[in-house]
Design a protein around this ligand. Sequence first.
Ligand code: CDP
Length: 646
Amino acid sequence: MSTMEPKQRLEGLSEKIFLDRYAWKDADSNNAKVGDVVLVLTKDDPKFPTKEVGEIVERTGRIVTVKTRSGELVKSDVEKLTLNIEKTPEEMWDRLATAMASVEKTPQLQQEWTGKFRSILDDWKLVPGGRIAAGAGASEELTLFNCYVVPSPKDSRGGIMQTLSEMTEIMARGGGVGINLSSLRPRRAIVRGVNGSSSGSVSWGGLFSYTTGLIEQGGSRRGALMLMINDWHPDVVDFITVKQTMGQVTNANLSVCVSNSFMKAVKEDLDWELVFPDTTDPDYDEIWDGDLDKWKADGRAVIPYRTVKARDVWKTIIESAWKSAEPGVVFMEYYNQMSNSWYFNPIICTNPCGEQGLPGWGVCNLSAVNLSKFYDEKNHDVDWSDLARTTRYSVRFLDNVIDKTPYHFPENEANQKKERRVGLGTMGLAELMIKLNIRYGSPESLEFLDKLYGFMAREAYLASAEIAGEKGSFQAFDTEKYLLSGFMKNITETYPEVGEAIREHGMRNVTVITQAPTGSTGTMVGTSTGIEPYFAFKYYRQSRLGYDEQFVPIAQQWLEANPGQELPEYFVTSMDLSAKDHIRAQAAIQRWVDSSISKTANCPADFTVEETAELYEMAFDLGCKGVTIYRDGSRDVQVLDTKKKE
Ligand code: CDP
């Protein structure tokens, strides 16, 4: 355990993110006293309540005066305060280690694993996903899962309202939600009974998106929604272009699910049929759930709506992504060929940031190994043995989350116990590579990524097999079928010991690895997020006096050690890299990821539509499961700006 003063530990981290989002544990606010750090309601709007961090400066009876961070004095009843009883990362690590070890069977095991989990949480080596950090051991209400996919809505008013209600309940507890809209009949299709026609799948998507904007998650952030549609759906073009109609869909990420046959039709310039099931089929209401292959395999009728050129649909996707960074694309048929749950649970959609494909009612919990902490200075290498140990303990940590989290819907619990899906990822990759003097995107870096992520996948799989030996496999585990997935064939070819361990012990988790963006958690601990390179080494922070020039810590350290020199070439930013470099890095890592990856390929402002098409096709050919691009300047407001404002 650390010997440093707690206060020092917060340096280099974003204390604001830490305090605002994670360091809250319900304590009796009746005991609030002067000097306590609290969350206070500054705007009591029932739809958008706003809370701020502040310090109590006065208490008279039940009324306190709180000085907020922005300097405002706010009066509040003590009852309305949230009391902060956790002010340092150490306190958080203790809470998380104890909470996750509490599901172990015996007091002895609980003690052993509290110590082991605490040792990997220490110094932010394993950074738990935001939901785990905020909820575990602190709340009986909040979910510890980042990711949810609800079943595609039943194609009726009642069915849509049902999905809306499921989405709302999940988001209110802190989960991000994905919905595939392909089960909804297309625009202008006849609706029996009301003598009218449907407003279409995309307009219902607008309803889900609008509602998402109204929901605040776990008191600290807005809801997050992913909407998807399949390439065969007659509304696919409306879906692709919907964001160009102002105001219709503003609170959702959009992605199109693309099949292998669609990609083939694009390559060979073939016709493409947009179809939908025959809604007059007597069993339609009962059985239609958006799975067209299953519908057809049952011998049921499909109505052709329109024949288009595959290339025209593809071009619309590409042009829109080029213009506004959306929609993303998920190669869903390929995803399912690689998927370990191929034989019992088809993947239908992903979570909001795209890294986690899930079946209907599927959930997943995420955490990231902070790679920047695994640099072995003495040998100028990765600290492989510590990385192996951390990876193995992390898998057990995530597996325990499944038993610790509260479940609101029994369907989520039943599904998760059937598959025990977890997603261990990484953050700080770019920082580690700088320490090793490897330039992100170089041929050398691709070899390094293959070795690093192959190593972690091997350790993670061996750990999950070992836990299966001790606690049992996930319910739907079937050795022969499991080992036949695209991913398993690949990993066991390179690491036969993984296949042997699975045959001997079984497997605890259907999937083990997911590369999430780690947007808030990576920023909180002060390293590069996810698998991304740094966006910039120098940036400007707004202050009262104008704009202050700042360097990210690793660049700052280098510049201090080498005065008067320019940063060397291995300090590479996302804009220094070509879009193809980004995709090559993504593909190298995807090879070792059984779920998916959140990654943005940055392109220069003058990147053309043709280059965009070429990039997407390259991503498919290299085995990526999805693509997201961001062309410099293509959105009105850029969140990060490396240029100084006048
Ligand atoms: O850093 P943190 O663990 O908070 O989250 P992340 O890695 O940036 O995002 C992981 C997943 O959390 C996303 O794909 C979403 O499913 C979910 N999320 C959400 O529900 N709401 C947000 N505002 C951000 C993320």
